[in-house]
Design a binder for this molecule. Structure first.
Ligand code: NAP
Length: 454
C-alpha cells in the first residue's frame, strides 16, 4: 500500500494519495528555504502569537482531529482527543517559554563581554511514525518554529490525513506559507531530502532500521540528527510497592495506544514474594478489557494500525511460545475483519531467548520473576534498549538505587513513564540520542553561538 488511509478496524481503503513528484519536492524545498530567510527574523512575540493560535485551533477542533487519527491508525477516540489536547498544551508551553529558553546567557570570562546565544539553523526535516500522529509532530514543530527554524514533515504513509491536517492547522494559525510543510513521500525519498543542501538537520521517531538509515545519510553530509527509536521498557515491582496502584498502572502502561507506544511498559519484572498475586490480578484485569471499535466510548483496545504490524506481533508471540514461553491470556489474533489482537500475557520467557531482548509493539506483556533488586536491575538493563523505566517500591534506599542504576533516558518511581512538555524526553543505547521537549528539546536544532568581545 502506498500513501493511504486504510481503516484498521475494517480493512477498508478510505482514501489513497499520490506521492509528490521530484519537481513538487523541489518546489517545497525552495519554498522552505525562501521562507526561512525571512521567518528567522520574526520576533518571539510574533511566533508565540501564531503558536498560541494553533493551540486554540487544536482545542476547538479536537473531536475532528481525534476522529482522523482513530480512522487512520485505530487508537480509541477518547485517547485521540486527549492527544490533541496535549498538542495544544505543548504549543502553549513553547509559546510561553521559548524566549526564556533561547535568551542570551552571559558568561564571565577575561573578555569585556562574552555570552552564548541561540540562533536558528534553517530547514529541519521530521520523519515521524503513525502511533501518535499529532503528538509526535507537534512536539517537534512547536520548539522548532519558536526557535526560528522551518519544518518539513515526512509522516508515516498510513497517516496522510493527519499530516495534512497538521500543516493546515499551522497555516490557519498564521505561520507564513512554507514555515511548515507536509511532504507526501515514501521512505525511499527521505535520503534525497536529507542530502539536499537546504535541509540542515533531521529528526526521526520510529524503528531502529529507519533511524540508522537516516543517521547514516545525515552523517555523510555532516548534518545533525535526533533519533527517538524503540524501547522495551521495564516495569519493576518490589515487595514494598503499593500493589493495588502498581497493578492498575500496569494495565494502562502496557495497553495505552493499543499497546503501540515506544514508552509502554513491556517487561514486568516482579519480586518473587509478590509475583503470584501480581500475575493472578493482572491476568484478571487484562481479561476484563474490551477490544473493539475504537470509535465507541467504552472500547479499551482498538485494532493494531496495519495488517503488517498484526502479522509481525503474531509471529513474535509464536516464536516466544516456541522458545518456551507460556501464554496466560490471549496469544493469537482475534480473526475476522480488522487488525485485532487481544491483551496477552507471556511468562516463563527464557532469559537467553531472542524474545527477552525484543520490543513487542502491541498489547503483549512479558512477565519475569526475580529474587531481589539486584537481579531486577540486571534484567532491566539486559536489552539493547534504554528508553524509559518504571519502578515501584516504598523503600527510599531502593528508589535511589533504581534512579541511578537503570540505564534509560528516564526513570519514573511509583508511576508509569509518560512524556511531559516540562521534562526532556529521549533514550540511550539503541533507543536513540538527543532529546525532545523542555529546554533541552529546543536546544537541539539551534546554533549555540559563543560571542566574545575584547
Ligand atoms: P518506522 O517503520 O521506522 O516508520 C517511522 C517513519 O520512518 C515513517 O515515516 C516511515 O515512513 C519512515 N521510514 C521507514 N523506513 C525508513 C528509512 N529506511 N529511511 C527513512 N525513513 C524511513 O517505524 P514504525 O515501525 O512504524 O514505528 C514503530 C517504532 O517506532 C517502534 O520501534 C517504536 O518504539 C518507535 N517509536 C519510538 C518513539 C520514541 O519517541 N522513542 C515514539 C514512537 C515510536 P513509511 O511509513 O513511509 O515507511
Amino acid at each position: 500500500m502506498g500513501i493511504a488511509t486504510v481503516n484498521p478496524a475494517t480493512g477498508e481503503l478510505i482514501k489513497a494519495f499520490e506521492a509528490l513528484t521530484d519537481v513538487e519536492i523541489e518546489r517545497k524545498l525552495a519554498l522552505a528555504q525562501h521562507t526561512f530567510e525571512h521567518y528567522r527574523h520574526t520576533s518571539f512575540a510574533q511566533r508565540s502569537q501564531w503558536l498560541t493560535a494553533a493551540a486554540q485551533i487544536l482545542d476547538a477542533e479536537k473531536e475532528t482531529f481525534g476522529k482522523i487519527m482513530t480512522l487512520e491508525m485505530g487508537k480509541p477516540l477518547k485517547a485521540a482527543i486527549a492527544e490533541v489536547e496535549k498538542c495544544a498544551a505543548v504549543c502553549r508551553f513553547y509559546a510561553d517559554r521559548a524566549a526564556e529558553f533561547l535568551a542570551d546567557v552571559p558568561v564571565q570570562t577575561d573578555a569585556s563581554k562574552s555570552f552564548v546565544c541561540y540562533q536558528p539553523i534553517g530547514v529541519v526535516l521530521a520523519v515521524m511514525p503513525w502511533n501518535y500522529p499529532f503528538w509526535q509532530v507537534l512536539r517537534f514543530a512547536a520548539p522548532a518554529l519558536m526557535a526560528g527554524n522551518v519544518g518539513l514533515l515526512k509522516h508515516a504513509s498510513n497517516v496522510p490525513q493527519s499530516a495534512l491536517a497538521i500543516e493546515d492547522v499551522l497555516q490557519r494559525a498564521g505561520f507564513p506559507e512554507g514555515a511548515f510543510q507536509t511532504l507526501l513521500i515514501g521512505a525511499d525519498k527521505v535520503a534525497a531530502v536529507v542530502e539536499d543542501h537546504r535541509v540542515k538537520a533531521a529528526t526521526l521517531t520510529g524503528s531502529e532500521p529507519a533511524g540508522a538509515s537516516l543517521a547514516a545519510t545525515a552523517g555523510k553530509q555532516i548534518k545533525k540528527v535526533v533519533l527517538e527509536l524503540g524501547g522495551s521498557d521495564p516495569f519493576i515491582v518490589l515487595p514494598s510497592a503499593d500493589l493495588e496502584a502498581a497493578i492498575a498502572t500496569a494495565v494502562t502502561a502496557r495497553m495505552i495506544n493499543n499497546g503501540q507506544s515506544c514508552i509502554a511498559a513491556k517487561r514486568f519484572i516482579v519480586a518473587d514474594t509478590i509475583y503470584d498475586e501480581f500475575e493472578q490480578r493482572l491476568v484478571a484485569k487484562y481479561q476484563a478489557l474490551k477490544v473493539g471499535d475504537p470509535m465507541l466510548p467504552d472500547t479499551d483496545i482498538g485494532p493494531l494500525a496495519t495488517p503488517g504490524i498484526l502479522k509481525d506481533l503474531d509471529q513474535q508471540v509464536q516464536t516466544a511460545i516456541h522458545q518456551g514461553a507460556r501464554v496466560l491470556v490471549g496469544g493469537k489474533p482475534l480473526g475476522g475483519r480488522g487488525n485485532f489482537y487481544p491483551p496477552t500475557i507471556l511468562t516463563e520467557i527464557p532469559l537467553d531467548s531472542s524474545t527477552a531482548q525484543d520490543e513487542l509493539f502491541g498489547p503483549v506483556a512479558m512477565l519475569f520473576r526475580v529474587a531481589d533488586i539486584d537481579t531486577a536491575i540486571q534484567l532491566a538493563n539486559s536489552t539493547p534498549f534504554g528508553l524509559g523505566a518504571s519502578a515501584w517500591t516504598a523503600d527510599e534506599a531502593e528508589q535511589t538505587r533504581l534512579m541511578h542504576e537503570i540505564d534509560a533516558g528516564s526513570v519514573f518511581i511509583n508511576s508509569m513513564v509518560k512524556s511531559d512538555p516540562r521534562l526532556p524526553f529521549g533514550g540511550t543505547k539503541r533507543s536513540g540520542f538527543g532529546r525532545e521537549l523542555s529546554i533541552q528539546g529546543i536546544h537541539e536544532f539551534v546554533n549555540i553561538k559563543t560571542v566574545w568581545v575584547k
